[in-house]
Design a protein around this ligand. Structure first.
Ligand SMILES: Nc1ncnc2c1ncn2[C@@H]1O[C@H](COP(=O)(O)OP(=O)(O)OP(=O)(O)O)[C@@H](O)[C@H]1O
Length: 230
């Protein structure tokens, strides 16, 4: 599905140059569940943002479904991003002034889907993540776990092939964190590719493969034991 080849991302500020990613080579197949781990500042968010086409590499290739998108303009990237990629963030990133249903629907307005079809899709996905009874509530009226369910619904309502999750359980207590992980697991079982940054080894265990970063380099990759012997 995607391949990063000798990918480098250098941030240039006034007098400091930071190599956030250094010659990274990663391949992710459709339907995989991959966790990205490593210490603070090692480049995890930069990697996820690059995979999500929110950031562009300084050099190297990013092949997405056979297309090298590394040199694409923001306009070209946003077309691919909106069609194929859903995002879940640690702080939920919902729009405070919109209801639950409206927050989810917003992801479809970008896809030019007619209103009646949008309504059906939003209702279906709200049922799926168990938030239908809160459809008319504002994010501030929901618990953190409920807000993250809305974010999950928004990430998949347009039938996105891949979800990128940046510490999706970071602001949740352990019970709600586990709920979100189970939701991601269920989506992965249905075929959605998931790439997740996490600091939690327990949550990384939901993934089939873990990629460890250190100082912008991939230093280790491990496949879940049950899969190795399968
Ligand atoms: N916009 C930016 N401008 C300059 N330097 C940046 C920028 N974004 C990130 N960096 C630097 O790039 C490196 C990697 O940052 P990144 O946010 O990807 O790390 P991370 O592993 O996600 O960290 P954390 O676990 O703390 O969120 C860090 O040294 C950071 O200071």
């Amino acid at each position: 599905m995607l391949k990063l080849h000798n990918l480098t991302r250098v941030y240039q500020t006034e007098d400091v140059e930071t190599s956030a990613l250094n010659n990274v080579n990663i391949e992710i197949a459709q339907g995989e569940f991959v966790a990205i781990m490593g210490p603070s500042g090692c480049g995890k968010s930069t990697l996820l943002n690059t995979i999500g086409m929110l950031d562009s590499p300084s050099s190297g290739d990013y092949i997405f479904y056979g297309e090298n998108v590394a040199g694409y303009s923001e306009k070209q990237l946003s077309v691919i991003r909106k069609k194929s990629i859903g995002f879940i963030f640690q702080n939920f990133n919902l729009i405070d002034e919109l209801t639950v249903a409206e927050n989810i629907e917003l992801a479809l307005i970008y896809h030019n889907i007619p209103a009646a079809e949008r309504k059906t899709k939003v209702e279906k996905v709200m049922d799926k993540v168990g938030i239908a009874h809160r459809a008319k509530h504002l994010p501030s009226q929901l618990s953190g776990g409920q807000q993250q369910r809305v974010a999950v619904a928004r990430a998949v309502v347009g039938d996105q092939k891949m979800i990128l999750a940046d510490e999706p359980t970071g602001n949740l207590d352990s019970a709600h964190g586990q709920e979100v992980m189970e939701m991601l697991q269920a989506l992965n079982d249905e075929g959605t590719t998931i790439v997740m940054v996490t600091h939690s080894p327990a949550h990384a265990d939901y993934a089939r493969r873990t990629i460890n970063l250190f100082d912008g380099h991939v230093v280790a990759q491990s496949v879940r034991a049950a899969e190795q012997t399968a």
